[in-house]
Design a protein around this ligand. Structure first.
Ligand SMILES: CC(C)(COP(=O)(O)OP(=O)(O)OC[C@H]1O[C@@H](n2cnc3c(N)ncnc32)[C@H](O)[C@@H]1OP(=O)(O)O)[C@@H](O)C(=O)NCCC(=O)NCCS
Length: 280
């Protein structure tokens, strides 16, 4: 039998629907069920600055076997998602995809990217071992937190659309993971929205599903910290969403706001991520 052929090409040669099918096949048997839709994938591509031309598809004997989505902002890049179809795993497909992504990042016109980062669930041994083997190092732990039975206390909340998040955090330089950068949050659009208290305390409400309210941002203007405004803001948001738990997904650097979250009653989730990176 002729040896199997592995080709790596740009993901821009695939339709959004074909990419969606490959995404779901690549995430079969994942830590939790993944049901990507073309609409959600398009939303991720738009909000996370995924560059489809720089993203990769692997073909094994001419059949789609894996994908790697690459996001880019200036001289920084991020592996936004990658997956290999179950029947092609442990045959070097993931390694080839990652090599292609890293080679491109190093050799991009204008001197190449400065760094590449990604997030991976702590329990995903296969992916962590692949990334470590390629020279990526753990930068920090990203935790999720949930307040199951939040105290509700009505407050005078102002609601804004998501572009206002740009003004909220623009003054303070923060090293946040890609999905929490203002570039991501400001372009989310409805149903995401920004809630504030007196222009001093801000939260980004991402979505509400299954009696869970998901927040992606919490920011108190520096001059108004330690005045219980974060508590007032969260409890006022809880009052607007009776019966909902409040959840921050596992995207938040572990140390960020840790004392506040513990104090108010949030618990760290069971499934957390690490951010990994490599500089060139
Ligand atoms: C992670 C994943 C992409 C790896 O793809 P793959 O094609 O199977 O990986 P490769 O065959 O190229 O393996 C390269 C290296 O990765 C590591 N690796 C891959 N699968 C592994 C496993 N099941 N257990 C431990 N290490 C593993 C090994 O270091 C391996 O090198 P080795 O074979 O010399 O030991 C694949 O398992 C997958 O699609 N998982 C589901 C989706 C997912 O988790 N995506 C990553 C999200 S961050």
């Amino acid at each position: 039998m002729a040896s199997e052929r592995l080709e790596v090409l740009s993901a821009s040669s695939f339709s959004l629907d074909a990419l969606t099918v490959l995404f779901n096949r690549g995430f079969a048997g994942y830590l939790f069920p993944v049901h990507m839709t073309a609409e959600r994938l398009s939303h991720r591509i738009r909000t996370e600055d995924v560059d489809l031309h720089a993203s990769k598809i692997a073909l094994k004997d001419g059949q789609p076997a894996g994908f790697a989505l690459l996001a880019r902002r200036g001289g920084r890049s991020r592996l936004a998602a990658m997956g290999v179809v179950a029947e092609a795993r442990r045959q070097g497909v993931g390694r080839r995809l990652l090599e292609a992504i890293l080679t491109d990042a190093r050799n991009r016109p204008g001197g190449g990217d400065r760094e590449l980062r990604l997030e991976v669930f702590e329990d995903n041994d296969a992916a962590r071992s692949l990334y470590e083997g390629a020279g990526l190092q753990i930068l920090r732990r990203l935790v999720g937190r949930t307040w199951r039975f939040p105290i509700a206390s009505p407050g005078q909340l102002e609601l804004h659309d998501t572009p206002s998040w740009n003004q909220v955090v623009s003054a303070e330089a923060m090293d946040l993971p890609w999905q929490l950068e203002a570039e991501t949050l400001a372009v989310l659009g409805a149903p995401a929205r920004v809630a504030s208290l007196g222009g001093k305390a801000w939260a980004l409400i991402y979505e509400s599903s299954n009696a869970m309210l998901v927040l992606r941002g919490l920011y108190i203007n520096p001059e108004h910290r330690r005045q219980h405004l974060a508590t007032q803001l969260i409890t006022a948001i809880a009052a607007m969403h009776p019966g909902h738990a409040i959840h921050f997904p596992p995207l938040f650097p572990e140390s960020m706001g840790a004392a506040f979250f513990e104090h108010i009653g949030f618990q760290v989730d069971a499934l957390n991520q690490v951010e990994m990176g490599i500089t060139f």
